[in-house]
Design a protein around this ligand. Structure first.
Ligand SMILES: O=c1ccn([C@H]2C[C@H](O)[C@@H](COP(=O)(O)OP(=O)(O)OP(=O)(O)O)O2)c(=O)[nH]1
Ligand SMILES: [Mg+2]
Length: 155
């Protein structure tokens, strides 16, 4: 297991003093994501179909272009309450220095109230490889070719 000392260190800024008591953390030793909390002054009720951009009060500057951040839904909120992300997945660029924002979408059939500082989504740091595109006339044939969208079976 990666010890805390061996983890990449990312600069972050707290854009609201209340964040000091609500820093994102890994819930367990093996957690892939840090939970992000909703920076709200008051509860926020989302009716079915509503989508709101919610502040986190946190800016994380990844800097290294070989890394990226991903904002992902929490499974409990998504499965039990229909609370997922308006953009499905948030991709955070290594050079982004602004506040992390969570697009919260109630895709369910009942109203849901987000409480201030509730854990709303999770931030996962992932490796990234940037590519150069090289234009060619023909590809070397592969087993799949251009088959897709269920080409390997009836469904
Ligand atoms: O859920 C998200 C998704 C993105 N971002 C921030 C960080 C990211 O680096 C930036 C741009 O995101 P993206 O490239 O996905 O959005 P865009 O619509 O292409 O905007 P841009 O033209 O600014 O790249 O917005 C968030 O705070 N939360
Ligand atoms: Mg973009």
């Amino acid at each position: 297991m990666t010890t805390a000392a061996a983890r990449p260190r990312l600069e972050c800024q707290l854009l609201d003093e209340r964040l000091r008591d609500h820093m994102p953390t890994y819930a367990t030793e093996g957690s892939a994501g840090m939970d992000l909390r909703a920076l709200l002054d008051a509860p926020l009720t989302l009716e079915p179909g509503d989508c709101e951009l919610v502040r986190t009060g946190l800016a994380i500057y990844i800097r290294d272009p070989n890394l990226a951040g991903m904002i992902l839904p929490r499974s409990g909120l998504g499965h039990k309450h229909g609370i997922v992300l308006g953009n499905l997945v948030g991709l955070i660029d290594a050079d982004y220095q602004g506040e992390l924002m969570i697009s919260v979408w109630n895709r369910g059939q009942r109203a849901f109230t987000v409480e201030p500082f509730e854990r709303l989504a999770q931030y996962v740091l992932v490796p990234v490889v940037q590519a150069e595109l090289e234009v060619v006339e023909h590809f070397t044939a592969s087993q799949r070719g251009d088959g897709g969208f269920g080409s390997t079976g009836a469904r």
